[in-house]
Design a binder for this molecule. Structure first.
Ligand code: CTP
Ligand code: MG
Length: 179
């Protein structure tokens, strides 16, 4: 029961988990805000680039489609999992990146420089972004899959995985801080 909830929660969120890591690995180049200032601060900052956002979002979306191919294996051992339809695959990939960008915007508005942490928001921005996008673009799919136990599991597991991934990225010198 609890194993199934955890497996389903991680499975449906995987396409939303990879985009930000891929953005760290493949990002760089032109910042999305083009250096634009808003009320004396950068709109987003140099940490949010077009390349990172596009590569990350595409990677998450592509992963969702690839994962559909492995669905029979999971349903075969008794897990009840719905395939990612295209609107969901895109919502998870792009919503995750969008959540991270919105958080960056909020960080700049509250005087936090690029790379400075904002606990809780940093760990859940991509979760909020992907869930909200899925609700907006694929409402029926979202309410069926994201029931209360799944959402609860997602809210507990996501920050832990996020921290784990950042510690790995930090130790590989991909990130400046281990969070
Ligand atoms: N990155 C990118 N494009 C994105 C997201 C991330 O190029 N859309 C790359 C950048 O090199 C960034 C690094 O991944 O510096 C780490 O990402 P993140 O922690 O999300 O950004 P920060 O640099 O901490 O910036 P911010 O404070 O605005 O979140
Ligand atoms: Mg950061």
């Amino acid at each position: 029961m609890i194993v199934e909830i955890v497996v389903v929660a991680v499975w449906v969120m995987l396409p939303a988990y990879v985009p930000n890591s891929i953005a760290v690995i493949g990002g760089g180049g032109r910042p999305i805000d083009a250096g634009y200032n808003f009320r004396g601060e950068r709109l987003l900052g140099d940490g949010k680039t077009w390349r990172g956002a596009i590569i990350g979002a595409m990677a998450g979306t592509l992963l969702a489609f690839l994962m559909n191919g492995f669905l029979p294996t999971l349903t075969g051992v008794g897990f009840e999992i719905k395939p990612f339809v295209p609107s969901v695959a895109f919502s998870l990939g792009f919503g995750s990146i969008l959540g991270d960008i919105v958080a960056s915007f909020l960080k700049r508005r509250t005087g936090r420089e690029q790379g400075k942490p904002l606990p809780v928001v940093d760990q859940l921005d991509f979760v909020a972004g992907s869930l909200i996008c899925t609700m907006v673009f694929s409402y029926d799919w979202a309410i069926e899959v994201f029931n209360f136990p799944i959402v609860l599991a997602v809210l507990i597991i996501s920050p832990l995985l996020h921290l784990g991934a950042n510690i790995v990225a930090y130790s590989l010198d991909l990130k400046d801080e281990p969070y």
